[in-house]
Design a protein around this ligand. Structure first.
Ligand SMILES: Nc1nc2c(c(=O)[nH]1)N[C@H]1C(S)=C(S)[C@@H](COP(=O)(O)O)O[C@H]1N2
Ligand SMILES: [Mo]
Length: 575
């Protein structure tokens, strides 16, 4: 560092110095001279100082959060708070525009807003340091509020924000001092005139006597000290941010997860038949791989729940409360079942659906053990991060494979799919049934309580709607005339898909060939061989379920209880 504190201190307030010592010809009041040029230099330094201050504060916060608990990161906490208070239409739009990058987009917006404010506070700090520090304090307060209002808040989580703000404040003070000196020096009207006697004290050994040093040299010298201080701040911010992120990402439970031994099912699912799979290029495989299974949740950071400390509490309108540990759960007889899970937000033809072989403890058995009291009609389940969803007691108790799942496609639940345990109820959309990282099941009524999305206006009762999807052709490339396999999946969980029809250009419906299925809780592959003719065509599909219901052509948006309409794909066939 080339700056010396006492020197900078003397620069803190120009007005405290005798007028004769002040550089420049006019110096109104306090702070920066309004002279041409000086203001813009001050602004540039202010912006840089503000951005660096924010970067250092956030970098240090990330570092501390990485060392302690990632949930304590103020950026993440503010992001989660924004998700919670954003009205659903806006979230929907964001999901539509950004797809699975919606969370990255959110963090980017937060960072940009913060950067703009930080630049403003940096400029303010060049005038009055207190103004900049106040700005920093306001942001720290917002961060603390966001951190402290999370449902899984622990007091230690204030540390990242507090330490980040403290180091940020220190950075701002340093940068403001160096910047002021530099600009003051640069504004010196005469070559050879010292900016002020005190300032003339050499910061480093180089250069001649203080009073004799030309202003140009002073400027260069101080540009260097601003650059140096700034560089140290930037490097420090980047390093602590990167290290903090790496620390946060080392999944604390992924190691524990690899050591979980999933027992064999007491009730295995029937082996998959070769005829469950139609083997058509581009068609969704019957079993969705865990790595490609869609993910939908409100968690900005995937909850890290250690199986050793996981407990499930079953309480509310029950005869006796249950508390189950993970080991206790694995000792119970496990049921294996093929179940297709889908999201109510899935648009017609959309990707938010997947089929997996789940393994878990039947929820009905647990609830019978607890004893459901008369009048209860809702199971309100809560995740470690405070997310809630409510499933009908009747659906869970009617004999279907409603599971407290511990494994997915033969391995312990992936962390992002709810490790160590989640709910799966065939026939219900995920938002009313499939709570991941579940630790609490309360037997209650629909009248008394509402799950997370229901509070946002989504339907309280949400059975999956009968739907089909065209996977191939997808309309992206020109087809050759002749035989074209039109294929996809259709689903009507817990009712079963009975028939799938395809039509071209609004013509007659043709019955598709169906793959076999292990039960009524999964999607079903279908294919129809089309004799394609040159030109552009419109392919449409509709499914009929085992109750005899054919999916409606009426187009409806996902809100409030699931999209409807016939999926349509436009294709071009060459001549
Ligand atoms: N804890 C938690 N569980 C949750 C959610 C959530 O936001 N938080 N989202 C639900 C929704 S809307 C769906 S569609 C499914 C998606 O499960 P997946 O991510 O494993 O595919 O999880 C459900 N369980
Ligand atoms: Mo969902």
């Amino acid at each position: 560092m080339t700056t010396q504190p006492e020197r900078s201190d003397n620069r803190r307030s120009d007005t405290q110095r005798p007028r004769s010592e002040q550089s420049g010809t006019e110096r109104p009041g306090s702070g920066w001279s309004r002279r041409e040029g000086r203001g813009s230099v001050g602004r540039v330094h202010g912006i840089v100082a503000g951005l660096l201050t924010a970067a250092v504060a956030l970098g240090v916060a990330q570092l501390v959060a990485g060392v302690t608990r990632p949930e304590g990161s103020p950026i993440v906490a503010v992001g989660r708070a924004v998700i919670d208070i954003t009205p659903r239409p806006v979230t929907d739009l964001a999901i539509k525009v950004f797809g699975t990058h919606d969370k990255l987009a959110l963090l980017t917006i937060i960072v940009v807003v913060l950067a703009v404010c930080a630049a403003g506070f940096g400029i303010a700090a060049m005038n009055r340091l207190e103004a900049g520090l106040t700005g920093l304090a306001v942001f720290a307060a917002i961060g603390l509020l966001a951190v402290a209002t999370r449902p899984d808040f622990t007091p230690g989580e204030v540390a990242p924000t507090l330490l980040g703000a403290a180091v940020g404040a220190y950075t701002l003070v340093r940068l403001a001092r160096v910047a002021r000196y530099q600009v003051g020096a640069q504004a010196s009207p005469q070559v050879g005139a010292p900016a002020s006697p005190e300032v003339g004290a050499p910061a480093s050994s180089e250069g001649g006597g203080p009073a004799a040093r030309p202003a140009a040299q002073v400027v260069r010298h101080d540009r260097r000290s601003f650059l140096l201080t700034g560089t140290v701040a930037a490097v420090g911010a980047a390093a602590s941010g990167v290290i903090g992120d790496l620390l946060s990402q080392r999944s604390t439970v992924s190691n524990a997860r690899t050591h979980v031994r999933i027992p064999r099912p007491a009730r295995p699912a029937p082996p998959l038949a070769v005829t469950d799979e139609l083997h058509i290029p581009g068609l969704s495989p019957f079993v969705t791989r865990n790595s490609t299974f869609y993910r939908v949740d409100t968690a900005l950071l995937v909850p890290q729940v250690a199986p050793g400390s996981w407990k499930l509490r079953v309480h509310g309108m029950v005869g006796r409360e249950l508390v189950i540990t993970f080991d206790g759960l694995l000792r119970r007889p496990l049921t294996e079942a093929d179940i297709t899970l889908c999201c109510v937000s899935n648009p017609v033809g959309g990707p938010y659906i997947g089929n997996a072989r789940w393994l878990g403890v039947p929820l009905a058995g647990l609830l019978r053990e607890a004893g459901i009291r008369a009048g209860a009609d809702q199971l309100l389940s809560t995740s470690t991060d405070g997310y809630t969803s409510g499933a009908p007691v009747a659906a869970v108790m009617d004999g279907r494979n409603a599971l407290l799942a511990v494994a997915m496609n033969g391995v312990a639940l992936p962390v992002q799919h709810g490790f160590p345990a989640r709910m799966i109820v065939p026939g219900l959309y995920g938002y009313v049934s499939a709570t991941k990282w579940v630790t609490d099941i309360k037997v209650t009524t629909f009248g008394a309580e509402q799950g997370y999305w229901v509070q946002q206006g989504w339907a309280a009762r949400a059975p999956v709607k009968t739907q089909a999807r065209i996977d191939v052709p997808n309309g992206n490339k020109t087809l050759k005339p002749g035989k074209v396999a039109v294929a996809g999946v259709a689903w009507a969980q817990h009712r079963g898909v009975a028939v799938v029809h395809v039509r071209v250009d609004g013509g007659p419906w043709h019955q598709a060939k169906l793959a076999t299925v292990p039960g009524i809780d999964t999607w079903r592959q279908w294919v129809w061989d089309w004799a394609a003719t040159p030109g552009t065509h419109r392919l449409q599909v509709r499914a009929t379920d085992e109750t005899g219901y054919t999916q409606t052509p009426a187009q409806a948006a996902p809100y409030p209880n699931g999209a409807t309409g016939w999926p349509t794909v436009k294709v071009t066939v060459s001549s």
